[in-house]
Design a protein around this ligand. Sequence first.
Ligand code: HAM
Length: 421
Amino acid sequence: MAKTIQAIRGMNDILPDQSPAWQFVEGVLRQVAASYTYQEIRMPVLESTDLFKRSIGEVTDIVEKEMYTFDDRNGDSLTLRPEGTASCVRAGNEHGLLYNQTQRLWYMGPMFRHERPQKGRYRQFHQFGIEAFGMEGPDIDAEVILLSARLWQQFGISDQVELQLNSLASNEARARYRDALREFLRAHEDQLDEDSKRRLDTNVLRVLDSKSPETQQVLENAPKLSEYWDDESRAHFDGLCQRLDAAGIKYVLNERLVRGLDYYNRTVFEWVTTELGAQGTVCAGGRYDGLVEQLGGKATPAVGFAMGIERLVLLLASQDKIPATQTVDVYVIALNEAAELKAPAVAEQLRNEQQGLRVQLHSGSQNMKKKLAKADKSGAEYAVIIRDDDFEIKHLRDRDQVDRSAATIADVITLVANKEA
Ligand code: HAM
């Protein structure tokens, strides 16, 4: 036998028994996005490598070590998108969607990062993302957070997620804080983990993210970002908190929340759960007022988030919040060879009579007992047996119901649709 070929590590198939959960989740995401009047945008999965270098930042984990980058046949450097924000801004600039106007956009699709795979962390994963452009007030930060909060509510997992908030303030304020933090950490360099030592020069804010207990210990006495907030950023943050309070959204201030992508300023937030082990961030985002201009557009404020759909599906499954689905309504069986010839046409007529009715036609010529066993296994509500001149309708889920006969397809529909015969 030929050697079988396996999927690439960290890239998952979503199998037929999992896809109903995905469809359920995607349906809710679409519906909630629409209820806030966000419109879908679909971007390509491949972009020029420069796009991500210029937006996410050269000295970030994503750009330094996680991108799937290759030269195409023309010698151009391309990258499989590691996230959607950069592509969304690129598309907005390219098609004039952002110039002097507001946009509320959402997207959903695969992203690619060469990370070490584990539960909740994959190399191909899926994000649902929201991006709002052209609005600078804290009301729109509140809107995107409320949208995410509505999702948890709709899914019934509000108690399983916690909102963490911070402000990265203005670029100038952050630069001053960076200097102060670097100076402080230099004085304790020998107590820092290797990664953090390296980040002192390259991306000192990420030291705040360090998982090392020793580094975290040092950080206890480090200067705080909020001590460096500029007045406008503080007012913006207060404005956001007031709106969240008024809407009854709970949050905690996490001064060490800095995010792993360089484009953020002011508001940053993450929704975190303790139910998924190490990969507990289900949704993350913030404001990125400089990115549109940085990528060649006119200066345009923006805010958004992305959630990991795999993590959301895992969280929902852990809380038993994925509704059971049925894929077959009616299972069609032929009683004999003559009926077998009519069976495909009968199944078609059933689908014609009632739009959306899910009809599975039995294939193969086993005996009736086996056919009925298959009908039962399909999960169908009814088996329709085609006899010589009429049909027999069997209730597969409710054995107390008596089997009925029907003379025509219309009668069959009346019975399976539970209407009065
Ligand atoms: P991010 O924090 O890099 O932000 O990713 C957002 C979410 O995507 C994470 O919180 C997580 O749920 C999911 N995620 C990230 N990497 C993986 C992975 N390897 N496997 C599974 N899930 C993963 C962004 O991507 C920003 N573009 C978010 C944003 C939009 N900010 C503003 N607008």
